[in-house]
Design a protein around this ligand. Structure first.
Ligand code: PMP
Length: 400
């Protein structure tokens, strides 16, 4: 199609959304598929948040808001950073966008020159490299193998930095690996970054509340305060409050960056939906007990998956430390033959086999920049996860 801009030619649609589409297509043909492709909490948004949205709509909060977000929401975000992260930001240091994804897009749009490099520790969130490419940047993949806990080390970071490095992206707990960093590990990365003042840091902390085994969360901003003037802390209400569809994300950072992001925002989407912003205020300022309840449910499901896969032939999983995914190693399945005679050459072939023969939709590791793995979302009812594991096991047992 000649009318499509060339900048789109190197950008892939979201792999997890593509897997979900494939699962839906099979379902439409009457096949009973379990979709573990997309990651979103399966809980309803808590009632008091929905009530706040209803009240805001009835009270006439139905107009455009400031591009950076309503004062009430930016104040609520500033209090959240103080209360939960020990970070001191004012409402002027904060911007609200349509999801953490749009925050990241705006930040890249506001800063990338053609050829600027963005360092992405792999495995990474599927949208990072595609956004970078869409905006003319060059993703630089820093592989973080499973035997190193999927964490970026100072050595790998140092080797990835060049004079063209514009950003380092960190994501903790990580999607898809669940990896989190200790204070010492973050400080060690900070020591490397201190030597390279051209590098901005984007810390995507959207899964901060979904942490297991009694861990507590440490923001990159708290661990490395000396880098504050080039750090953007990204977060949102989607995962913590079961609000993916409300589309509210936020960030705190240096004012020149926030201002440039606000310009991008005002000339593209104007503002976030006023009613969704009122709902986000209720989420951040209201009772927090359901955040702990969601967390506990995700830990129970994490355990269920870890136990279910333990000892399963050909696959490996060390317990994810946070987030709601299992990034399952499948090196032991590569080279094996399906009952139809297909050799599983890579993790894409494994995911296709699991979908078509196992009736479980999972996303191949290739989409996250580290193979051979496949990712399943554990944000699903316990009984569904149990059935999915049984299906994966049955499908694997059919391999030669
Ligand atoms: N960052 C990461 C690491 C994610 O996994 C996701 C959602 N899958 C997002 C950002 C997007 O969050 P939002 O829904 O707020 O755009």
């Amino acid at each position: 199609m000649t009318y499509i801009a060339s900048r789109l030619s190197i950008v892939k649609p979201s792999a997890s959304m593509a897997v979900s589409q494939a699962a839906k297509a099979l379902r439409a043909r009457g096949v009973d598929v379990i979709d573990l492709g997309l990651g979103e909490p399966d809980f309803p948004t808590p009632a008091h948040i929905i009530e706040a949205a209803h009240a805001a709509a009835k009270a006439g909060e139905t107009l455009y808001t400031a591009a950076t977000g309503t004062p009430a929401l930016r104040e609520a975000v500033a209090s959240k950073f103080r209360r939960e992260n020990g970070l001191d930001y004012t409402a002027d240091d904060i911007i609200v966008a349509n999801g953490a994804k749009q925050i990241i897009f705006n930040a890249l749009m506001a800063t990338l020159e053609p050829g600027d490099e963005v360092i992405l520790p792999a495995p990474y969130f599927v949208s990072y490299p595609e956004m970078v490419k869409l905006l003319g940047g060059t993703p630089v993949i820093a592989e973080c193998p499973g035997d190193a806990g999927f964490r970026l080390t100072p050595e790998v970071l140092e080797a990835a930095i060049t004079p063209r490095s514009k950003w380092l992206f960190l994501n903790m707990p990580g999607n898809p690996s669940g990896a989190v960093y200790s204070e010492d590990e973050l400080k060690a990365l900070g020591t490397v970054l201190a030597k390279h003042p051209q590098v901005l840091i984007l810390s995507d902390e959207i899964y901060e509340h979904i942490l297991f085994d009694g861990r507590s969360f440490l923001s990159f901003g708290k661990a490395c305060p000396e880098l504050r003037d080039r750090t953007l802390i990204v977060n949102g209400v989607a995962k913590a409050y079961a609000m993916t569809g409300w589309r509210v994300g936020y960030a705190a950072g240096p004012q020149p960056l926030i201002k440039a992001m606000a310009t991008v925002q005002s000339q593209s989407v104007t503002s976030v939906c006023a009613i969704a912003q009122a709902a986000a205020v209720a989420a951040l300022n209201g009772p927090q007990d359901m955040v702990a309840e969601f967390r506990a449910a995700f830990e129970r499901r994490r355990n269920l998956v870890v136990d279910g896969l333990a000892g399963m032939n050909g696959v490996t999983l060390s317990p994810p430390e946070g987030a709601f995914y299992a990034y399952i190693g499948c090196a032991g399945l590569i080279g094996r033959k399906t009952p139809k005679g297909v050799v599983l050459n890579d993790d894409a072939a494994v995911a296709t086999y699991l979908l078509e023969e196992g009736r479980v939709a999972a996303v191949p590791g290739a989409a996250y920049g580290l193979s051979p793995y496949f990712r399943i979302s554990t944000a699903t009812a316990d009984a569904v996860l149990t059935e999915a594991i049984a299906r994966i096991k049955a499908a694997i047992s059919e391999l030669e």
